[in-house]
Design a protein around this ligand. Structure first.
Ligand code: URA
Length: 210
């Protein structure tokens, strides 16, 4: 992918996103819509995967048929909201390897601190797609990608549902080599770090917590 930021303007994505933003949308519907949008975003983020051919036999003749080249993709979810996007992508790429990064924000330093990190082997040979619905300040995404690069990942993409300009700028500064795919670029972050207009707390809306 050559663009640093790709906004997927497909009508189905935009329509479903509007339903997700609406505050009266139920937990069940929110979760279902996130899964459906994840399918459409997965289509975009995998658009340029390298291809090869495999010799197969159809009932009529042999043919060199297209296949995705290389090791299985690594999907890495930033806990906990990343899991909503992860489930949808796994519907389309069921053989992908899966990792999880858990981070919390230190109340004193406000810096992300790792509490969980488990990722697939041979990251250096895989395309890694990091998923988190909300790219807000970009601090946790940038920190998660630092950790993945330390673990060997070289070819990384970041997939989110909503991005704030502040988060995009932070990622561009920290990881200019990591393309971002999102359904929308929103206006700004408020004083509490929420994306505006946004959709609220993605984890709470997905899991029905407060
Ligand atoms: N995380 C969320 O869940 N929502 C925001 O608006 C920002 C960060």
């Amino acid at each position: 992918m050559t663009e640093h930021l790709t906004v997927v303007e497909h009508p189905l994505v935009q329509h479903k996103l509007t339903l997700m933003r609406e505050k009266t949308t139920s937990t069940k519907t929110f979760r279902q819509l996130l899964r459906e949008i994840a399918h459409l975003l997965a289509y975009e983020v995998t658009r340029e995967l390298p291809m090869t051919t495999d010799r197969i036999e159809t009932p009529l003749c042999p043919m060199d048929a297209p296949m995705i080249e290389g090791k299985k993709l690594a999907l890495v979810s930033i806990l906990r909201a990343g899991n909503g996007l992860l489930d949808g992508i796994l519907d389309l790429v069921p053989a992908a390897r899966v990792g999880f990064v858990g981070l919390y924000r230190d109340p004193e330093t406000l810096q992300p601190v790792k509490y969980y990190f488990k990722v697939p082997d041979a990251l250096e040979d895989r395309i890694t797609i990091v998923v988190d619905p909300m790219l807000a300040t970009g601090n946790s995404s940038a920190a998660a990608i630092d950790m993945l690069k330390e673990a060997g990942a070289k070819n990384i993409r970041f997939l989110c549902l909503l991005a704030a300009p502040e988060g995009v700028a932070r990622m561009k500064e920290a990881h200019p080599d990591v393309p971002i795919v999102t359904a929308a670029l929103d206006d700004h972050l408020n004083d509490h770090g929420y994306i505006v207009p946004g959709l609220g707390d993605a984890g709470d809306r997905m899991y029905g917590t407060k």
